[in-house]
Design a protein around this ligand. Structure first.
Ligand SMILES: [Zn+2]
Length: 237
């Protein structure tokens, strides 16, 4: 299993960087993109042959799905429209939300025309792009949000956006790599209910798993003792 960081910005973009987008290449060679925030499609096109096989979205805050919109307007060989539509895995009820967006700002059924849209359910692992993926609910303000455990010949876990919660330990357990958000400088900067983590809280959640901090503002920079994701980071698991 390979991981390539396409973008790893927090809710506001780090200078010159894309929002959340993590490309997993399975041992089969199939490719799964975890989240698709603004700026991800451009960076993906620069380095990858499209279409990829599947996309999975942790939650519907725009910094995690916004580039699905320009993806709908792709033309030319990258798109191969109607032939190789990527699977798009959304949280429960996600398609209805995207369809409301399409009715307001896009065109009818734009997402269904571009992707093979599916919705995952907590507790029901699904298979896509050569991986088994489990979506585990995490705490993120009052927004429905999930982390992913992606299993192939290794286990890669991703927190999505999350406040401290027991589910993070479940995600990280026995993972070869845990991509965990670390948006905050200190816990008191958060709202109530909480939505994000400090680097120290990410470290506690990771346990013994190898930790890679993501969703980290450039203003905060690295945290002592933790690896920090940067665009184009490539990790073999
Ligand atoms: Zn969020």
């Amino acid at each position: 299993m390979l991981l390539d960081v396409i973008g790893c910005s927090p809710a506001w973009p780090n200078p010159g960087q894309a929002h959340a987008g993590y490309l997993v290449t399975a041992s089969s060679g199939e490719r799964l993109l975890l989240d698709c925030g603004p700026g991800v499609l451009s960076r993906l096109r620069k380095r990858e042959r499209l279409p990829i096989d599947a996309i999975a979205i942790t939650h519907l805050h725009l910094d995690h799905w916004g580039d699905l919109v320009p993806w709908c307007w792709l033309r030319g060989p990258d798109a191969q429209r109607g032939a190789l539509r990527p699977e798009l895995w959304l949280p429960p009820g996600g398609l209805a939300s995207l369809d409301r967006f399409a009715a307001l700002f896009g065109s009818d059924r734009m997402f269904e025309r571009t992707f093979v849209v599916k919705e995952y359910s907590p507790g029901e692992p699904f298979t896509t792009a050569g991986c088994q993926v489990e979506a585990i609910p995490v705490a993120h303000y009052d927004v429905q949000s999930f982390g992913f455990r992606v299993v192939d010949d290794a286990v890669l876990s991703y927190s999505g956006d999350s406040a401290p919660c027991e589910a993070l330990g479940e995600l990280a357990e026995s993972a070869d790599l845990f991509l965990c958000e670390a948006t905050l400088s200190k816990a008191s900067d958060d709202s109530e209910p909480r939505g994000h983590l400090t680097a120290e809280e990410a470290g506690e959640a990771a346990g013994t798993a190898r930790l890679l901090l993501v969703h980290r503002p450039a203003e905060l920079g690295a945290a002592a003792g933790a690896e920090l994701a940067v665009p184009d980071l490539h990790i073999e698991l």
